[in-house]
Design a protein around this ligand. Structure first.
Ligand code: IMP
Length: 429
C-alpha cells in the first residue's frame, strides 16, 4: 500500500494565486481531491498539452482518471453551474460523473441568492463589498439562518423539497417587492428548473464525510483544495472585505468532516507579486504604469468575472501572517516569470501606521486602510525564465528574490511556477 500523505493547498493572499495549477500537478500523487470551501466565486485554471481548462466548482484533480473528486459539505453549490461544468469537461475528464461525489451536506445556491446580492450591492453603492455576484454570501447567510437553507441532500427528497421551495420563494418575494421594489420570482418556474438539476445530480450526491473516513481507513491519499485565499477568510481575513467561508486551512474540518489531524502537509500558495479583486484595503497596490504592466504581463483579469485585478508588490508582511495562521510547511510561488523585464522590483517587508512600524498584521480594517508599506528594493532580472526547469538555472536575481521571500515569510519555497502549463514548474527538495 502507498504511504498515506494528505496534503492541503491553501492560498495565502486574496485568492487568484494559481492554486488550480498546483492542485492539478499534485493530484497525480493523490487518490482523492477535495474542495472544502466557497462556490463558483472561485476560478481555477489548469493547462496542459496546449489546452486550458477553467473550473469553478469541480476539484482541480478531475483530469486524472484514477482520482475521485469530492465537493465537500463546506461549499455552496449552484446546481446549474455544476452541471454546466461537468458537461463542459467530461470529454477530457474521463468518467467524471462516476468519480465525482457531492456532499449531501453542501448548501445550494438558488436564483433568489443571486437576485438579492445584486440588489444589495447596487443599494450599497460605493460601500459595496465588490462580490462576484454569484450568490455566495446570501447562500451562506441562509445556511446560518437554517430555516431558509437548502442542502444538496434535499434534492433526493423532491416531495419534501417542493413545498419548501414554495415557502422560501414566498418569503424572498416579500423582500424583493416590499423592500427593493423589484419583481418577484416565479416559484413554479424555479422549481421546474431546479428539480431537473436535482434529478441529474442525484447519482453524485453522497455522505462524503463517511466516504472520506472510509478512504482514510483504506490508505487513500487526500488532497484538500482551498478556494480564494487566507486574507479573504471570513474569520481571519481582512473583514468585512472577505468572502463568506473559511478559505484558510481552518475550512478543512467543517468543510469536509475530516479532522485536521489527518493532514500531513500544508502548502501555502502565493504569486510572485500580490493581487486583489473587489473592494478593500491593499497596502502594496500599484496604481501606476508599473501596476498596469504587471496586470498585462500576468493576464490579471478574473477567471470568474473578467474584472481587472488590482496589482501590487509582494506583501510578505501579510503573507507571513497567513503562513503562521495556516502553519504552512512550505510555500509555492507562482507566476515568477511575470516579474521578468520590470524596470524595478520591490518587496514589502512590513507596514507603518502614523509613521510607526507595526509588529503584527492589523486585525482592524481602518488600520489596514491607513497602513503604508515598507518596501525593499531588489535587483530585477531582464530574462524570460518561462523555459527554466531547475532552480539553479534561474538568473541570480530571481534566485535572490525567492530566497528573500523564504527569509521574510519564514518558510521554505518548495515549488516555483514559471508559466501556466504543468511542465513549467520547478520543484525543490
Ligand atoms: P464573494 O465571495 O462573491 O462574496 O466576494 C467577496 C470578495 O471575495 C470580493 O472581493 C471578491 O472579489 C472576492 N473573491 C471571491 N472569490 C474570489 C476568488 O476566487 N479569487 C479572488 N477573489 C475572490
Amino acid at each position: 500500500m502507498k504511504a498515506p500523505t494528505n496534503t492541503c493547498i491553501v492560498g495565502l493572499t486574496w485568492g487568484d494565486e494559481a492554486k488550480g495549477k498546483i492542485v492539478d500537478i499534485l493530484a497525480a500523487e493523490h487518490d482523492v481531491c477535495i474542495r472544502y470551501n466557497g462556490g463558483n466565486n472561485a476560478g481555477h485554471t489548469v493547462a496542459f498539452e496546449g489546452d486550458t481548462y477553467k473550473l469553478h466548482l469541480v476539484p482541480s484533480g478531475l483530469f486524472y482518471p484514477g482520482v475521485t473528486c469530492v465537493i465537500g459539505g463546506g461549499l455552496v453549490v449552484d446546481p446549474q453551474v455544476l452541471l454546466e461544468e461537468i458537461t463542459t469537461h467530461e470529454g477530457k475528464a474521463v468518467g467524471l460523473r462516476q468519480r465525482l461525489l457531492v456532499s449531501s451536506r453542501a448548501h445550494t445556491i438558488w436564483p433568489w441568492h443571486k437576485k438579492i446580492e445584486a440588489l444589495s450591492e447596487k443599494h450599497l453603492g460605493k460601500g459595496k463589498i465588490g462580490t462576484t455576484l454569484r450568490g455566495i454570501g446570501p447562500a451562506y447567510a441562509d445556511k446560518a439562518n437554517r430555516v431558509t437553507a437548502i442542502r444538496m441532500g434535499e434534492f433526493l427528497r423532491p416531495d419534501h423539497l417542493r413545498p419548501k421551495v414554495e415557502r422560501i420563494v414566498q418569503q424572498k418575494n416579500a423582500v424583493f417587492t416590499k423592500v427593493f421594489d423589484a419583481d418577484p420570482l416565479d416559484a413554479a418556474a424555479v422549481w421546474d428548473e431546479y428539480a431537473a438539476y436535482g434529478r441529474e445530480l442525484a447519482p453524485m450526491i453522497a455522505d462524503t464525510t463517511a466516504w472520506l473516513h472510509g478512504a482514510i481507513e483504506g490508505g487513500k491519499r487526500l488532497l484538500f483544495e482551498g478556494a480564494q485565499g487566507t486574507l479573504l477568510d471570513i474569520d481571519h481575513g481582512t473583514y468585512p472585505y472577505v468572502t463568506s467561508s473559511n478559505a484558510s486551512v481552518a475550512g478543512v474540518w467543517p468543510g469536509t468532516g475530516v479532522s485536521p489531524r489527518h493532514i500531513h502537509e500544508i502548502l501555502g500558495v502565493v504569486k510572485a507579486y500580490t493581487t486583489r479583486v473587489g473592494e478593500g484595503p491593499f497596502p502594496t497596490e500599484l496604481k501606476d504604469a508599473l501596476g498596469d504592466q504587471i496586470r498585462e504581463q500576468g493576464h490579471e483579469y478574473g477567471t470568474t468575472t473578467g474584472r481587472p485585478r488590482r496589482c501590487g508588490w509582494l506583501d510578505t508582511f501579510a503573507i507571513r501572517y497567513a503562513a503562521r495562521l495556516n502553519h504552512v510547511d512550505a510555500i509555492v510561488i507562482t507566476l515568477l516569470d511575470v516579474l521578468g523585464g520590470l524596470a524595478e522590483l520591490k518587496i514589502c517587508t512590513g507596514y507603518t501606521v502614523g509613521g510607526k512600524p507595526l509588529k503584527e498584521f492589523p486585525d482592524d480594517p481602518t488600520a489596514l486602510q491607513q497602513a503604508q508599506p515598507i518596501l525593499e528594493s531588489l535587483t530585477p532580472w531582464p530574462e524570460d525564465i518561462s523555459g527554466i526547469r531547475a532552480f539553479d538555472d534561474l538568473p541570480s536575481a530571481a534566485k535572490a528574490y525567492v530566497n528573500r521571500v523564504t527569509e521574510l515569510v519564514g518558510a521554505p519555497v518548495r515549488i516555483i511556477s514559471v508559466g501556466p502549463d504543468r511542465a513549467q514548474t520547478i520543484f525543490r527538495s
